[in-house]
Ligand binder design. Structure first.
Ligand code: ADP
Ligand code: ZN
Length: 732
C-alpha cells in the first residue's frame, strides 16, 4: 500500500543524482505542508541546491527529526507507480547501479516539470502557397517531418537551418500556426482495426499472442521468423488486442532510422501516429510524451531502449524488435541490456513481452529451448517471396590484384542485376576509406593519441578519425615516426574506398553509399533510404546500418565483401554475431520479389563451420552447436559473467588497484566464482584513460551481484580511478 504522509512526517526521498557511493540510498526529509505520498515527485533542498527526487517511503534515518528540512514542494505530476519503483530498484540491484542513477533514467529529460504554457510551439496551419523561398520550404518540410509533434522556435529553426524571422514570417503569412506548448495535448486515439488477413503460420502465432493478451499477466515469447515473414504484421495484432483491452503498448526498435517507416505503417493500420521516444525527438515533444504516457493518454509508444523507463499507467505489451541487436546494450553510464530489462519490467508489471527476430540472440534461443519463453515460428516469407539462395565465393581462387576487393564472380552477378534493372548491395562493415594508414618506409601505423586504436582515414572528411573517441587529425604527408615524406599509404578497404572501385568498374551504375557517418542528420539518412527504396540506385554500398530491417523491393543481390571479418579475434560471441549479421544482410535480397534473391559471401575460409552454417541455413543445428560450446565453457547463457572495468589517467595505479582487488577475492571465492585478470581491457586506452579489466565467472545460480558488492566494498577506490561494473558483458 502506498502511504500518505502527514505534514512533518519523516519521509525518505530518493534523489535523481547519485551523490557518491556513500549516499546512494534515500535521504530523510519532513513531509511538506499538505502532506505527500509515496511516489510523489518532489523538490527538496540539499545544501544550497534544489534537487528533484521521488518519495520512496517512510524515512528510516536516525537523524534527529528536529534537524530535518522539509520537502520544498510536491510537483504537479502523477506519482511514480509502485510497479515502476520496484522495476528501478530491481534493475539497480541487477546491474549494480546506484539507485539514484537508475531513477535518473526515468526522469532525465530536462524540464519535465516546467510549468505548462511557458513556450510557444509551431505547427502547419493554413494553405501552403505554391511559391516559397528555399528557407521557407525547409521550414514546411521540417514541420511535415515532425508530423504534428510539438516543436519550439529554436528546435524548428535548427531543423530547417533558418533564422527565427523566417518562421515568424510564415506565421504572419498564415501558413504555420503558433500556439502555447501543448504539454497537455493528448495523442490521437488509435483505432485497433483488424489488419491484413493473416496466412499460414501467422495465424497461429497471432492467435497465441492475442490469447496471452486476453489472459493478461506476464508472458515472454520469442517470435522467430525470417525477414519478411510477417513478424511485424503478427505483433501488431498483439498491439491491437492490447489497445482494445485499454492497456498501453511499447515497441522498441534498435535504430532511430527505422522508426519513420514503422510509424507510417502504424498510422496506416491504426489511423494515427503513436508517441515517439528517442534521442531525435525534441525536448518539447518529450515532455508531452512523458506526461501523456503517465496519464495513460498515449496508448502506444515507439522508441529506443530508454523508452523502457517511461511512467506507463498500465503497460500491457512490450515488443523488442530485432531483439538480438547489440545496440540494445547500453555501454555508457548505466550498463544495461534493454532486452533483459524489458523482460524484467514485463514480469513486474504483468505485461506480455515479445522478442522478435530472424536471428535470435543465443540467450533467447536457449530460454525458448528450455521452455522459459514460449516460442512462435514463422517459417516462410510472406507471399511468393523466397529466401535468398546463398553461396560462398572462394577468394583464394579469385586471385584479386592489389587494392581490389570485388571478385570477378561477384562483379558479373552485379552486372546481370544492373542489366535486369535490379539492385545490388555490396556489404562491408567498415566505415571510412581505409582502416589503416601506414608508412611504407618504416611500417609505422598511425594511431590515436588518446586511444589504443588505429586512426581510420575518411576521405569524405579529408581526415583521419578515431572510431573510439572521435578525435580527428589531418592525413600526414610525412611519417610521424621516421619523418620520410610521401610514403604514407592507406591499407585495406572501407566503404569509401570500395566506392572508388565500383565507380571504376561500373561506370554507368548509379551508386549510393549508406554509412552512418556520411549523413549529417537522421533526416538525410532517411531520405537516402527512401530514394534507394524508390529505385534511385543500381548499386548500394552499405555498412551494418543496411542490415537492420530496411525494405528495398528492387534489391535482389547481396554481395558480402569480407564474410570473414567478424570471425577474427578470440571473442566467444564472434560466431553468433557473424551468423546473425550475415543472415540479416542476406535477408535484404529478394524481400518482395517475384525473383529469388541471391547472396554471395566472399570468404578466404569457406569451409569454416560458421560460414558453412550461414550458407546451409541449418539454423537450429548452428544454435545447438553454439549452445553446447558455451555450456562446455561455462559461459552465458549457461554461466554468469561480469566485467569490472577500471580506468585512470596513469596505467600503473589502475593496475595496482586492480591487483589489490584481485588479492581480496574472498567474497567471490565464497560463491565459487572465478576471477580472471587484471588484464588490459579489449581496448586498453580510450580518451586518454588506461583501462584494465577483471572478469568474473560464476555458476548460473550463484548470487553474483551480492558477492561483487561485498567484494568491492572492501576497498575505497582512489579518486583518479573510475570503476564500472558490466553484468553480462557483450564480449568475453
Ligand atoms: P517481418 O517483420 O518479419 O520482416 P513484415 O511484417 O514486415 O515481416 O512483412 C513483410 C511484408 O509482407 C510487409 O510488406 C507486410 O505488409 C507483408 N505481409 C506480411 N503478412 C501479410 C499478410 N498476411 N497479408 C498481407 N501482407 C502481408
Ligand atoms: Zn581516440
Amino acid at each position: 500500500m502506498d502511504r500518505v504522509f502527514a505534514p512533518g512526517d519523516r519521509v525518505g526521498v530518493l534523489l535523481t543524482e547519485p551523490l557518491g557511493r556513500a549516499l546512494s540510498g534515500c535521504l530523510d526529509y519532513l513531509a511538506p505542508e499538505g502532506g505527500c505520498g509515496t511516489g510523489d515527485f518532489v523538490e527538496v533542498p540539499l545544501g544550497p541546491r534544489r534537487m528533484l527526487g521521488v518519495v520512496w517511503g517512510a524515512g528510516e534515518g536516525s537523524f534527529d527529526l528536529a534537524r530535518l528540512r522539509p520537502v520544498t514542494r510536491v510537483l504537479d505530476a502523477r506519482p511514480m507507480r509502485a510497479e515502476l519503483r520496484s522495476f528501478l530498484a530491481r534493475a539497480a540491484d541487477y546491474t549494480l547501479t546506484p539507485l539514484p542513477a537508475m531513477l535518473r533514467l526515468a526522469t532525465r529529460s530536462p524540464g519535465l516539470f516546467d510549468p505548462p504554457g511557458a513556450r510557444k510551439v509551431y505547427r502547419l496551419g493554413g494553405p501552403v502557397p505554391n511559391r516559397l523561398t528555399d528557407a521557407r520550404l525547409r521550414v514546411i518540410e521540417a514541420l511535415r517531418d515532425f508530423a504534428g509533434a510539438a516543436v519550439t522556435l529554436g528546435e524548428l529553426s535548427e531543423a530547417a537551418a533558418c533564422t527565427a524571422s523566417v518562421i515568424k514570417g510564415l506565421v504572419k503569412a498564415g501558413v504555420i500556426a503558433e500556439e502555447a506548448a501543448p504539454r497537455d495535448l493528448p495523442f490521437p486515439t488509435l483505432d485497433p482495426v483488424p489488419g491484413a488477413t493473416l496466412l499460414g503460420d501467422q495465424i497461429a502465432a497471432a492467435d497465441a499472442l492475442v490469447a496471452n493478451v486476453e489472459q493478461g499477466g506476464f508472458h515472454a515469447t520469442l517470435l522467430k521468423g525470417v525477414t519478411g515473414s510477417g513478424k511485424t504484421e503478427v505483433y501488431l495484432e498483439a498491439v491491437a488486442a492490447t489497445l482494445r483491452k485499454g492497456r498501453q503498448a511499447l515497441v522498441l526498435l534498435p535504430e532511430i532510422a527505422l522508426t519513420a517507416e514503422f510509424l507510417k505503417r502504424v498510422e496506416a493500420r491504426f489511423g494515427a501516429r503513436p508517441a515517439e521516444w528517442h534521442s531525435g525527438v525534441t525536448q518539447t515533444e518529450r515532455r508531452r510524451v512523458w506526461k501523456m504516457v503517465s496519464e495513460g493518454r498515449a496508448q502506444m509508444v515507439v522508441g529506443a531502449r530508454s523508452a523502457l523507463f517511461l511512467p506507463f499507467q498500465h503497460l500491457g505489451l512490450v515488443v523488442v524488435d530485432e531483439e538480438h541487436d547489440t545496440s540494445y546494450k547500453q555501454e555508457e553510464g548505466v550498463l544495461y541490456n534493454a532486452r533483459d530489462m524489458a523482460v524484467l519490467r514485463g514480469a513486474i508489471c504483468g505485461a506480455q513481452v515479445v522478442l522478435a527476430s530472424a536471428t535470435p540472440s543465443l540467450e533467447s534461443w536457449v530460454n525458448a529451448d528450455q521452455g522459459k519463453y514460449q516460442r512462435l515460428d514463422l517459417s516462410s516469407r510472406f507471399g511468393t517471396a523466397e529466401l535468398p539462395d546463398m553461396r560462398a565465393i572462394d577468394m583464394r581462387a579469385e586471385k584479386l590484384p592489389a587494392n581490389r576487393w570485388i571478385s570477378d564472380t561477384l562483379a558479373q552477378a552485379v552486372r546481370a542485376r544492373q542489366a535486369a534493372g535490379e539492385q545490388s548491395l555490396l556489404f562491408l562493415n567498415r566505415r571510412g576509406y581505409a582502416p589503416m594508414t601506414i608508412c611504407r618506409a618504416c611500417g609505422h601505423q598511425v594511431g590515436c593519441d588518446d586511444c589504443d586504436a588505429r586512426m581510420v582515414e575518411h576521405r569524405f572528411l579529408a581526415r583521419l578519425v578515431c572510431h573510439q573517441c572521435g578525435a580527428t587529425k589531418p592525413v600526414p604527408t610525412a611519417c610521424p615516426s621516421c619523418g620520410v615524406e610521401g610514403r604514407m599509404a592507406p591499407v585495406g578497404p572501407g566503404v569509401e574506398r570500395l566506392a572508388e572501385e565500383v565507380v571504376e568498374r561500373f561506370p554507368d551504375a548509379r551508386l549510393a553509399i549508406l554509412s552512418s557517418d556520411l549523413f549529417g542528420s537522421a533526416r538525410a539518412l532517411k531520405e537516402q533510404i527512401e530514394a534507394i527504396a524508390a529505385g534511385g540506385a543500381d548499386i548500394i554500398i552499405g555498412t551494418q546500418i543496411v542490415a537492420k530491417g530496411h525494405n528495398f523491393p528492387l534489391l535482389t543481390l547481396v554481395g558480402v565483401i569480407d564474410a570473414d571479418l567478424g570471425l577474427q579475434g578470440s571473442d566467444l560471441r564472434a560466431a553468433e554475431r557473424t551468423f546473425q549479421l550475415m543472415r540479416q544482410v542476406a535477408g535484404r535480397a529478394g524481400r518482395s520479389g517475384d525473383r529469388r534473391g541471391l547472396a554471395l559471401l566472399q570468404s578466404h575460409q569457406p569451409e569454416h563451420p560458421v560460414i558453412r552454417a550461414i550458407l546451409s541455413g541449418e539454423e537450429e543445428g548452428f544454435w545447438r552447436a553454439e549452445a553446447a560450446e558455451r555450456q562446455a565453457a561455462g559461459v552465458p547463457p549457461y554461466g554468469r559473467m561480469a566485467g569490472i572495468i577500471l580506468s585512470g589517467p596513469e596505467v600503473q595505479p589502475v593496475f595496482d588497484f586492480a591487483a589489490e582487488l584481485a588479492r581480496r577475492d574472498g567474497p567471490l571465492r565464497r560463491i565459487g566464482a572465478q576471477l580472471f585478470g587484471p588484464a588490459p581491457a579489449p581496448i586498453a586506452r580510450v580518451r586518454g584513460r588506461h583501462r584494465v579489466r577483471l572478469l568474473i565467472k560464476a555458476e548460473k545460480g550463484a548470487p553474483l551481484q551480492a558477492a561483487i558488492a561485498e567484494w568491492l566494498a572492501q576497498l575505497k577506490q582512489p579518486n583518479a580511478i573510475r570503476l564500472a561494473v558490466d553484468i553480462d558483458p557483450q564480449s568475453f
